[in-house]
Design a protein around this ligand. Structure first.
Ligand SMILES: [Ca+2]
Length: 125
């Protein structure tokens, strides 16, 4: 089973989704392909430049693109969308960490920094 280790480092310049406090409570979720379960990070409250330094394991039945979505946690009502990115992981080098800055789409602003490591797929060195 393809296993990808995602180290979620930080995000910056994220969009405001809680206008009263001019901030957001961002968490970031990952999945490989469009059918797998999402793997979610923790929530950082009231921060548009959150630091996570969190390691997540994402698995899938197939090697496909990695999808990344950023959401604002709301404690009343449903969470608000803050952008997304798609990453080609098919060409990652096997077992070699690759650091990427992902620019978020379909939102006002934002960037997510991750380190990806393909555990059992990818290109042999
Ligand atoms: Ca919120």
């Amino acid at each position: 089973m393809p296993t990808l280790i995602v180290t979620l480092v930080h995000a910056k310049d994220l969009a405001i989704r809680d206008p009263i406090v001019k901030s957001s409570d961002p968490y970031i979720k990952f999945r490989i392909g469009t059918k797998s379960e999402w793997v979610k990070s923790s929530v950082v409250n009231k921060n548009l430049n959150p630091v996570y330094n969190e390691k997540l394991t994402v698995t899938s039945d197939v090697v496909d693109s990695l999808y990344v979505e950023v959401w604002d946690k709301d404690f009343i009502g449903s969470d608000d969308f803050m952008g997304w990115a798609e990453v080609d992981i098919v060409h990652l080098k096997k077992k070699k960490p690759t650091k990427l800055d992902l620019t978020l789409k379909d939102t006002e602003s934002g960037q997510v920094t991750v380190i990806l490591q393909a555990e059992d797929f990818g290109v042999d060195n």
